[in-house]
Design a protein around this ligand. Structure first.
Ligand code: MG
Ligand code: ZN
Length: 389
């Protein structure tokens, strides 16, 4: 009888232990993902050296402004890039840091058109608007104002040059999808240099106009090949490097760092100074795809472009660089990583843009104006004031 009870007690104990293990297992179950998704993990194959640039500048106010927009680049995208590059980015050189609130006139969450227009004009507008206000009336952009004051101007982008972000600086259209009208708006300006995709919106149009020959008549060198573009030292330049968008970072012939260097050297010849907007467009597209490798690769390409801008600005001493985003994309979180290995693991609650404020980094004379929490519209207003536009 006693033995029997003992046996029972033993089986009860074993049963309890097994139940405990099962219980533990089920408690941890929520953390396990069915399969490791390769698009959520990325190890950077090629880290680059990050240089340190001086923090003393010749002038108190900038003569030149380099505006750099990482489309969809929130703080997580920046930190993912930093981790993948072993703990450092060229962005480390930016000692003045703030945050920008990205809400549009009709959306808690902005799109790149309203975001771009806010950054180019200083006015909040509706999602989809390109350089127009809420009544679809054209608003002068900082680029157009700079041109009006005799400064040289430029646009460089890894998307089509007619896409929302660059378009917001030069075109005035009620809808971001009006690519051919946006391309035609380039001809209404005297922009000195633009490099990006979008050839077909200039050359293969419903209205049969060939804007590439119109550009040539206006004195532009119209080039499609990156090697040829990089050879240009002066004059007006229209670099149309893809029919539509340039390829993903790992495949594209167009080089954002090289295009930026080329543009800066040309624009620098104007004695009155220059304004240029340079966009790392596809950080956003990696975000929409919830693809960590795409995001990180584009982030590092953009950061190396920032390195080229820093090289120029540090030497020049009268150049202000602003790096910011139009919005964040994907609500990206970092749920794992290894700085030494250059490895990051991401997670995403959405495939769309999010409402969160985005970082603002400033380097050069006037950089101290870009700290704290600001509206996205404050950024161009500060630039206009610093350039006396
Ligand atoms: Mg964009
Ligand atoms: Zn987007």
């Amino acid at each position: 009888m006693i033995k029997h009870t003992h046996m029972n007690l033993k089986s009860i104990l074993i049963l309890a232990l097994m139940l405990g293990v099962l219980q533990l297992y089920s408690q941890e179950n929520y953390k396990s993902v069915s399969k490791e998704d390769s698009t959520k993990v990325y190890t950077n194959p090629a880290k680059y050296e990050v240089k340190t640039f001086p923090q003393k500048f010749k002038a108190k106010k900038p003569k030149n402004v380099i505006m750099m927009i990482g489309d969809g680049m929130g703080t997580t995208q920046v930190f993912a890039g930093l981790t993948a590059n072993g703990g450092h980015l060229f962005l480390d050189n930016f000692k003045q840091v703030g945050f920008s609130k990205t809400q549009s006139s009709n959306g808690y969450i902005t799109d790149s058109a309203a975001g771009g227009t806010a950054l180019s004009t200083g006015q909040k507008t509706y999602n989809g608007a390109i350089g127009v206000n809420t009544d679809t009336v054209a608003i002068k952009t900082v680029l157009e104002m700079a041109e009006g004051k005799g400064l040289a101007t430029g646009l460089v982008s890894t998307s089509a040059i007619t896409h929302a972000t660059p378009a917001s600086y030069i075109a005035h259209q009620g809808s971001r999808g009006s690519y051919e009208d946006i391309a035609a708006d380039f001809l209404k300006t005297d922009i000195d240099v633009f490099i990006g995709g979008g050839y077909k919106h200039f050359a293969q149009r419903k209205d049969k106009r060939d804007l590439t020959s119109e550009l040539k008549q206006k004195g532009y060198q119209v080039l499609r090949n990156m090697d040829e573009i990089a050879q240009v030292k002066s004059g007006k330049l229209a670099g149309l490097t893809a029919d539509e968008h340039n390829d993903i970072f790992s495949k594209r012939e167009m080089s954002l760092p090289l295009a930026t260097q080329t543009a800066l050297n040309i624009l620098d010849q104007n004695k009155n100074g220059f304004f240029i907007m340079i966009e790392g467009s596809q950080i956003d597209w990696g975000g929409h795809q919830n693809h960590v490798g795409y995001i990180v690769g584009e982030m590092l390409d953009f950061d190396q472009t920032i390195g080229k801008a820093l090289e120029f600005a540090a030497k020049d001493g009268e150049t202000l660089i602003i790096v910011t985003a139009d919005h964040e994309t994907g609500g990206m979180a970092l749920v794992g990583g290894d700085m030494k290995a250059g490895k990051v693991k991401g997670a995403f609650p959405t495939g769309d843009h999010t409402a969160v404020m985005v970082p603002v980094f400033a380097y050069g004379p006037g950089a101290e104006n870009f700290t704290g929490i600001m509206e996205n519209t404050d950024i161009p207003k500060k630039i206009m004031s610093l350039l006396g536009l």
